[in-house]
Design a protein around this ligand. Structure first.
Ligand code: GDP
Ligand code: MG
Length: 328
């Protein structure tokens, strides 16, 4: 089902404003339009290869070209192999009459693969705690700023927690997002204890009944093991102050790194309780197909995609809409 921002967050009160179906539909169309625009590079890459494939009768060549096109779009070797094998079998059974049916079925299969779980963030009694984790430079801090903007636009109260204390610059960057979105930032000095600043943030959020706390974390420490231990400690701290926290742990991935990013992502999913993916930097890459590989290989829902550096450049993810945008 296609959706827009208004049904991304489930709350006790009805999140969807039914009195404004026209406005909601218009917003959804806007999201779809922007997604299509931002996927143009991937679409071009796929299209060149596919056009030749989708006409005429199917033969060995068809499947080879299709495989090549999908791999070029970074759908990933194993996902590509399984999807193409399935199409080949269906064609052999006589279930696919021509190019149009083939492409329709391809979209269906890819969308099925990219659809994991429910794409929505389950909103709990205040505060809902969202942690952003991931490799340095993938887009965590930027995504947090954009998310703050989304929540503020919904009239929610938000507190940002600068628990990436690795450098002064990291803290300043979050503060800039705080100013931009009218959101308070709880921080400590560079080199400070991330769990201590998280503790402070959650205590004040609880006292003030803040709707959301979004926690920035470091993407690197002196060793990878240190980083994972630190994230683990932060999770325990969060849990002690707010039962069930963090309610959502978003792994932020960089779309331009394609399959390499998947390798790095696994380390986080193994040790830091990731519940969803944000794929940043989808603008300007021809590797948009990586969404399909991520869903399949990590088994986690993609929640949002980042399509630029500005506050409004975060879009809710819908598997079908996304895959359709790759082709048409
Ligand atoms: P972090 O180290 O994970 O916190 O990553 P940052 O949020 O600092 O982002 C690293 C760089 O990527 C910055 O220059 C951001 O402006 C840029 N960036 C983040 N998200 C996007 C996006 O969706 N599109 C583009 N084009 N750039 C992005
Ligand atoms: Mg950062």
């Amino acid at each position: 089902m296609a959706r827009d921002w208004s049904d991304l967050f489930i709350t006790g009160e009805a999140a969807r404003d039914e009195s404004e179906p026209a406005a909601a539909a218009e917003r959804r169309r806007g999201v779809f339009r922007r997604l299509r625009e931002n996927l143009s590079k991937t679409r071009q890459a796929l299209r060149g290869e596919l056009q030749a494939t989708l006409w005429g009768t199917f033969d060995e060549h068809t499947w080879e070209r299709l495989e090549e096109a999908l791999i070029m779009a970074d759908v990933g070797a194993s996902t590509t192999a399984s999807v193409v094998a399935r199409l080949e079998a269906e064609a052999a059974e006589g279930d696919l009459a021509g190019g149009e049916e083939l492409s329709g079925r391809l979209i269906e299969l890819l969308a099925e693969t990219a659809r994991v779980g429910d794409g929505r963030i389950d909103v709990r009694p205040s505060p809902t705690v969202i942690m952003a984790v991931g490799v340095n430079g993938t887009g965590k801090t930027t995504t947090i700023g954009k998310l703050a903007q989304v929540f503020r636009a919904q009239g929610k109260t938000v507190l940002l927690c600068a628990a990436d204390t690795f450098s002064a610059a990291a803290i300043e960057q979050l503060e800039i997002w705080g100013q931009r979105t009218g959101t308070e930032v709880i921080k400590t000095k560079a080199g400070g204890d991330p769990s201590a600043v998280l503790f402070d943030a959650l205590q004040s959020a609880t006292a003030r009944k803040t709707d959301y706390v979004i926690v920035d974390t470091a993407g690197r420490l002196h060793t990878k093991q240190n980083l994972m231990l630190e994230l683990e400690k932060m999770r325990r701290t969060a849990q002690r102050i707010v039962p069930g926290a963090p309610h959502e742990t978003l792994l932020v991935m960089d779309a331009t790194t394609g399959q390499n990013g998947l390798q790095q992502a696994r380390q986080f999913t193994q040790s830091s309780g990731v519940t969803g993916i944000v794929l940043a930097k989808l603008d300007g890459t021809a590797k948009g197909g990586v969404v399909v590989a991520i869903s399949r290989e990590l088994g986690l829902p993609v929640r949002y995609v980042g399509v630029g550096e500005k506050a409004g450049d975060l879009l809710p993810f819908d598997a079908k809409e996304f895959v359709e945008s790759l082709f048409a």
